[in-house]
Write a protein that binds this ligand. Structure first.
Ligand code: NAD
Length: 269
């Protein structure tokens, strides 16, 4: 895609699922990739290996640079250090993908304050703080850049039993729009994708169970879950110059899940 070759990208939570696919895809598009991991360095090494194998014909002489950056996005000091490290190693940071995310299931009236705060700290505050540090850096160099938030269909669809997750993604919609509006004139674009049900470790519970999987897919108009690679392709598009005039938007990548599937058939008079 136009405008990605040689750009420096940081993907948070890039050791599995959607984040891993995004790191791989951006490397294939010629970006230098910083792979953030919280604790599983081995998984980060695997991501790096796959990305470089796919991006380069000759790994010894590859145009794509890679970097592993440890950091817990619920910790402000980790985020500041992570962005500084990427800037120091790559010279600048052009593309930030806020992908790291967690969910904790519980009836809303039983959620502990600690669990609530944890989900918000990773999914929402982490995305904000990573964006804040990236924007500071871009403004200091008078440089344009791109931020992409990995939201969810639960940005707009309420999700009982996952109240903190639902709130975090609802907040992400406003984060995307607010930052997009505030920095549009300085050449910083901020967009989001909202994945529907996607085959990743976060959904292990139903992926490996044919009955549960069929149940999930029966609610999706396109009758199948999405893949991480399908999410990564849309992220690459939004990061590229093909999307140069798009900012403040959430693109739903969900097989029609957000289209009020119950209205497929007429159930009113
Ligand atoms: P996943 O569990 O495979 O990936 C989540 C990643 O975030 C992991 O690499 C994990 O190590 C990392 N992470 C968690 N806490 C972290 C922290 N404190 N600091 C740094 N990294 C941390 O799941 P996934 O499905 O690939 O999820 C990626 C994103 O996509 C999440 O934001 C999730 O909410 C969103 N999403 C997923 C789906 C889906 O169906 N899979 C649907 C909608 C949105």
């Amino acid at each position: 895609m136009i405008g990605l070759k040689g750009k420096n990208a940081l993907v948070t939570g890039a050791t599995s699922g959607i984040g891993q696919a995004i790191a791989i895809r951006l490397a294939q598009e010629g970006c230098n990739i910083a792979i953030n991991y919280r604790s599983d360095r081995e998984a980060a090494v695997d991501t790096e290996k796959i990305a470089l194998e796919k991006a380069c014909e000759n790994i010894e002489n590859c145009g794509v640079k890679s970097l592993l950056v440890q950091g817990d996005v619920s910790q402000e000091s980790d985020i500041v250090e992570m962005v500084n490290t990427v800037v120091k190693e790559f010279g600048s940071l052009d593309i930030l993908v806020n992908n790291a995310g967690i969910q904790i299931e519980s009836p809303s009236h039983e959620v502990t304050t600690a669990d609530f705060d944890w989900v918000i700290a990773v999914n929402l505050r982490g995305a904000y703080l990573c964006s804040r540090e990236t924007i500071k850096h871009l403004l200091s160099l008078n440089r344009s850049g791109v931020i992409i938030n990995i939201s969810s269909v639960h940005e707009i669809i309420p999700r009982p039993m996952f109240v903190s997750y639902s709130i975090s993604k609802g907040g992400m919609e406003n984060l995307t729009k607010t930052l997009a509006l505030e920095y549009a004139s300085q050449g910083i674009r901020v967009n989001a994708i909202a994945p529907g049900a996607t085959i990743t470790p976060i959904n292990q519970d139903w992926i490996d169970n044919p009955e549960k999987k069929a149940m999930v897919e029966s609610h999706i108009p396109m009758r199948r879950a999405g893949s991480s690679e399908e999410m990564a392709g849309v992220v690459a598009f939004l990061a590229s110059n093909e999307a140069a005039y798009i900012t403040g938007q959430t693109l739903f990548v969900d097989g029609g899940l957000s289209l009020y599937a119950d209205f497929r058939e007429n159930w009113s008079a």
